[in-house]
Ligand binder design. Structure first.
Ligand SMILES: N=c1c2ncn([C@@H]3O[C@H](COP(=O)(O)OP(=O)(O)OP(=O)(O)O)[C@@H](O)[C@H]3O)c2ncn1[C@@H]1O[C@H](COP(=O)(O)O)[C@@H](O)[C@H]1O
Length: 99
């Protein structure tokens, strides 16, 4: 279910890239590589802040992680890198017993 949801989100982002609606935040990310790179770094930093807290709040950590995954996916879609190629790498590492 989780993977299906990410597939759907990727399909929506691809649609936004092909036909950007006015006022779409994702469309701006998809057409501005520097902006999306900055957001990925910002969101990664925010995840780290949450994970480094003395008392990690699971809901807040999940919110920040979701922001990071969303912006990472937008960066990948913008660059034409399929999400499946990321999951393939992870799958191959597991099957190959690299880690
Ligand atoms: N999953 C998301 C998603 N996650 C986060 N964001 C946006 O990312 C933006 C930046 O997040 P920040 O945490 O930096 O928040 P901020 O409001 O900029 O606040 P600051 O911390 O920067 O001051 C916010 O405006 C969020 O709304 C998202 N925007 C869109 N999506 C998905 O993308 C779809 C298409 O979006 P649009 O094309 O924009 O309609 C949506 O239906 C959603 O499914």
């Amino acid at each position: 279910m989780s993977a299906d949801f990410l597939d759907d989100l990727e399909a929506l982002l691809r649609q936004r890239k092909a036909d950007p609606p006015e006022g779409s935040y994702s469309a701006t990310l998809l057409t501005d590589p520097v902006a999306v790179q900055r957001k990925i770094m910002e969101e990664a930093f925010e995840v780290c802040l949450e994970l480094g807290a003395d008392d990690v709040h699971p809901d807040r950590a999940a919110e920040e992680a979701a922001d990071l995954v969303f912006h990472l996916m937008a960066g990948l879609v913008g660059a034409g890198v399929p999400w499946e190629s990321v999951t393939d790498v992870l799958r191959n590492r597991r099957q190959g017993g690299e880690r």
